[in-house]
Design a protein around this ligand. Structure first.
Ligand SMILES: NC(=O)c1ccc[n+]([C@@H]2O[C@H](COP(=O)([O-])OP(=O)(O)OC[C@H]3O[C@@H](n4cnc5c(N)ncnc54)[C@H](OP(=O)(O)O)[C@@H]3O)[C@@H](O)[C@H]2O)c1
Length: 242
């Protein structure tokens, strides 16, 4: 029997969305590959999953380090020969104190571009042979409509600005559209998912934020779509946002 495999980026914290997604995919029978720039943190989370009886591996993957992507891809080629699900979950931390593009630190913008756009783009290119080798791969780009507010000009009523993060997610959505188009005519489906405001950082918890396990369900939905599922969309909890 072929093992179903899923790789999740930015899986460094037990409270993070990436780990909640990894756990739910593991519960569905996937061998989950937890990745982080600090592999020790991904390994301790993978170990928790293994102790609970699930199949989990940890790999070093820093979206600013091409060599880490190469090593991760080589490992997947040697070990599985295909990849069924890629979750582009990693992101830079938004700085909500910055309200205007005129005040944005351009180093933060570069960093958001690298981690939210160029890194996932390069990763998809590097993983393409493995995605093509799976029966029907799924790519999920974890985005945020609210975070895109300032970049889209939409008035969503949210008092969030953070221009570096906003343009990073805006470009990630554009990448999502382009990748979906690029995979047209193949079984690969590509979608962006907005998890909604989620309690992933206890130090800045807001009582309206929902638990990571609840937000993770919409990501897992996009990762496990049937062959007649959508591609190129932005969804929250399985419903289109745009
Ligand atoms: N929480 C929310 O309310 C919310 C709302 C909308 C969208 N989202 C999105 O959901 C996703 C997960 O967010 P979260 O709340 O769980 O936050 P999080 O734990 O901060 O997730 C971000 C992850 O990205 C990793 N990362 C940062 N730079 C990286 C790099 N160069 N290479 C690889 N990984 C890197 C971080 O690793 P380190 O620990 O090493 O920094 C961390 O594991 C993000 O895409 C976020 O934008 C979250």
């Amino acid at each position: 029997m072929t093992i179903k495999t899923a790789l999740i980026t930015g899986t460094s914290r037990a409270a993070g969305l990436g780990y909640a997604v990894a756990r739910q995919l593991a519960e569905l029978g996937f061998h989950v590959v937890l990745t982080a720039r600090d592999v020790g943190r991904a390994e301790s989370l993978a170990e928790q999953l293994r102790q609970d009886g699930y199949a989990a591996t940890a790999l070093w993957l820093d979206l600013t380090e091409r060599s880490s992507m190469r090593e991760a891809v080589d490992h997947l080629v040697r070990t599985f020969g295909h990849l069924d699900v890629l979750i582009n979950n990693a992101s830079t931390m938004p700085d909500f104190r910055v309200l205007s593009a005129l005040d944005a630190d351009l180093d933060d913008v570069r960093s958001a571009m690298q981690v939210d756009v160029l890194g996932p783009w390069e990763l998809v290119q590097a993983l393409r042979p493995l995605l093509d080798a799976a029966p029907a791969a799924r790519i999920v780009n974890v985005s945020s409509l609210t975070a895109m507010q300032i970049a889209t000009g939409l008035d969503l009523g949210a008092n969030l600005r953070a221009p570096a993060h906003s343009i990073g997610k805006y470009m990630l959505n554009a990448l999502n559209t382009m990748l979906a188009r690029a995979f047209e005519g193949t079984p690969v489906l590509v979608n962006a998912v907005d998890p909604g405001e989620t309690a992933t950082h206890p130090e800045r918890a807001d009582e309206r934020d929902r638990p990571a396990a609840e937000s993770a369900r919409g990501v897992v939905w996009a990762a496990t779509l049937d062959s007649d599922g959508p591609t190129g969309g932005l969804f929250r909890d399985g419903k289109p946002l745009l």
